[in-house]
Design a protein. Structure first.
Length: 171
């Protein structure tokens, strides 16, 4: 396991898993939100986004977390492992609400992008299993024969997966 793509709904725990997996494996962590968002929640222009991401993935060792469905192929082409976080949408929505309330106004995801309560995002999280997951599954299907695919549905699943990856700080 040298190049890991972590995907799943908002609130699924992608960034938290990426950081902990990075600690346990020594792999550098790339957060797509930090690459994609510019201060003030301004998106990287579409014509630049693929190049920004491609440059970030040039290394031989990394963990990348985030969705951005239009770039699944860029990540999955290079990944040797795809981790899908799939807790219930109730869990995801609860985590998003909790994060929004606890961190409201603080910068936690990308420089210059303070946490905010966003009804559009809440709706996206709620509808993720219906609207976004089928696209993700279709993208993953093209890589199943050459890439390890791990689906984690609960906190216990995540803990078990991390335990398989070694103790914190181990390389």
């Amino acid at each position: 396991m040298q190049r890991v793509a972590i995907v799943g709904s908002g609130g699924a725990g992608k960034s938290t898993l990426a950081v902990e997996l990075g600690r346990r494996t020594g792999l550098p962590v790339i957060h797509l939100d930090q690459l994609h968002w510019r201060p003030g929640w301004v998106e990287t222009p579409k014509e630049e986004w693929a190049d920004v991401l491609s440059r970030a993935l040039l290394g031989d060792r990394w963990i990348v977390d985030g969705n951005y469905g239009g770039t699944f192929e860029l990540r999955f082409d290079r990944a040797d492992t795809i981790v899908v976080l799939a807790p219930s949408r109730w869990v995801c929505l609860f985590r998003v609400v909790r994060r929004s309330v606890m961190n409201h106004g603080r910068v936690v995801q990308a420089a210059g992008c303070p946490e905010r309560i966003d009804l559009h995002f809440f709706k996206w999280v709620w509808r993720y299993p219906l609207d976004s997951r089928p696209r993700l599954d279709g993208a993953i299907d093209a890589y199943r024969s050459s890439t390890a695919v791990v689906e984690l549905r609960s906190t216990a699943d995540v803990r078990g997966y991390l335990d398989q990856c070694g103790a914190p700080g181990a390389t």
